[in-house]
Design a protein around this ligand. Structure first.
Ligand SMILES: [Zn+2]
Length: 301
C-alpha cells in the first residue's frame, strides 16, 4: 500500500458553507485516521465563477477550524501547462466539437433520446468545413469497455455505462476553460492522491475520472462519497441556493460549526470536547470507529 495522501479541493466561488465544511472535515478526518498526508487544492479553473478573495477566505476558515494541510497549496489556475500536456497525451481519443448546448439538446430530441445532456456524437467524425471548434471532447468507448465499476467505501459497488449515461465528454470547454474532469484527474495524479473523500454530488463524475486515469496511465485512488448537506427545501447547499459562510459571525466555532458538522457525519464523539484540539482527537477516534470497523475496507495501513 502507498502511504495515504488525501485532499480537500474547494472551488473559490464563495466562502465555505456548512456543506463544504462537512466535506473538508470528512477528508481531513480520514487522513488523520490513517496517519496520512492531507492537502489543499484550490479548484479555480473557471475564472468567471471564481470570486476574488474567496480562496483566502476559505484558507482562513479552515485555519480557524484548526485544520492543517501538510504541503503547499496548489491553485489550478497556475497549472494550465499540465492540462495541455494531458490533452496532448489523450489526442488519439480527443475530437473538436462545434456544437452548442442547444444543438446537443435538439439533436437528442430528433434522435428520440430522453436525456438532453448526453452528447449524441455529432462531431465524432469531424466537423464541417468553415465551422470552428468550440470545445474538445473525449470519445468514450462502445460496448463492454464503456462500463466502469468501482467500489465506494461507504456506498459499496458502483457502476456506470459511460456511453449510455454520459457520452463523449468535454475536456476543454467552448469558453476556453479546462473542464473539471480533466483538472481533477491530472492534479490528483500530480499530488499522488491515494484516497478521495468528497460529497456524493460528485459520485456521478467518478466513472469519467477513472476512465481518464486509465487512458493517462494513472492509478485509481480509493473513493468515499459522503452525503451532501441540503437546505430546508431539499436543495444541496451552495452559493446558488444562498448558503451562508459557516463561520459568519460565530465566536464559538466548536459548537456552531464543528460539532454540528460531525453530527451530520453521524460521528459519535465519546465525550463532549471543550476545545478545537480536543474536537479533532475525539472526532478522529469516532471516524475510525465508523469506517475501520463497519466496512473492513479502510483499515489503517
Ligand atoms: Zn459536437
Amino acid at each position: 500500500m502507498l502511504p495515504y495522501r488525501g485532499r480537500f479541493a474547494p472551488s473559490p466561488t464563495g466562502p465555505l458553507h456548512m456543506g463544504s465544511l462537512v466535506a473538508a472535515m470528512a477528508s481531513y478526518l480520514d487522513a488523520r485516521a490513517h496517519a496520512g498526508i492531507w492537502l489543499l487544492r484550490i479548484e479555480d479553473l473557471d475564472f468567471e465563477r471564481s470570486v476574488k478573495g474567496a480562496d483566502r477566505e476559505i484558507i482562513q476558515s479552515l485555519q480557524r477550524c484548526g485544520m492543517q494541510w501538510d504541503e503547499e497549496i496548489i491553485w489550478q489556475s497556475a497549472r494550465t501547462i499540465h492540462y495541455q500536456d494531458a490533452l496532448d497525451k489523450l489526442k488519439p481519443w480527443v475530437f473538436p466539437c462545434a456544437c452548442s448546448r442547444k444543438e446537443i439538446a435538439d439533436s437528442r430530441v430528433r434522435m428520440g433520446l430522453s436525456n438532453a445532456q448526453i452528447y449524441p456524437g455529432t462531431c465524432r467524425n469531424g466537423i464541417q468545413n468553415g465551422v470552428t471548434a468550440k470545445a474538445f471532447r473525449l470519445r468514450v468507448p462502445d460496448g463492454k469497455a464503456s462500463e466502469i465499476h468501482f467500489h465506494d467505501r461507504l456506498l459499496g459497488f458502483q457502476w456506470q455505462d459511460l456511453s449510455a449515461e454520459v457520452g463523449d465528454f468535454v475536456l476543454k470547454r467552448a469558453d476556453g476553460f479546462w473542464a473539471y474532469q480533466l483538472g481533477v484527474v491530472v492534479d490528483d495524479a500530480e499530488q499522488r492522491i491515494t484516497h478521495i473523500v468528497r460529497g456524493s454530488d460528485l459520485l456521478d463524475s467518478t466513472a469519467r475520472q477513472i476512465y481518464l486515469q486509465s487512458l493517462l496511465g494513472y492509478s485509481t485512488p480509493f473513493y468515499l462519497h459522503i452525503p451532501v448537506v441540503n437546505n430546508a427545501d431539499g436543495e444541496k447547499l451552495s452559493k446558488q441556493t444562498g448558503a451562508l459562510a459557516f463561520d459568519k459571525g460565530s465566536k464559538d466555532l466548536l459548537n456552531d460549526a464543528l460539532c454540528p458538522a460531525a453530527e451530520f457525519l453521524n460521528l459519535r464523539l465519546s465525550t463532549k470536547p471543550t476545545s478545537i484540539t480536543q474536537f479533532w482527537e475525539y472526532a478522529t477516534d469516532a471516524w475510525k470507529q465508523k469506517f475501520f470497523t463497519d466496512q473492513g475496507q479502510s483499515r489503517p495501513q
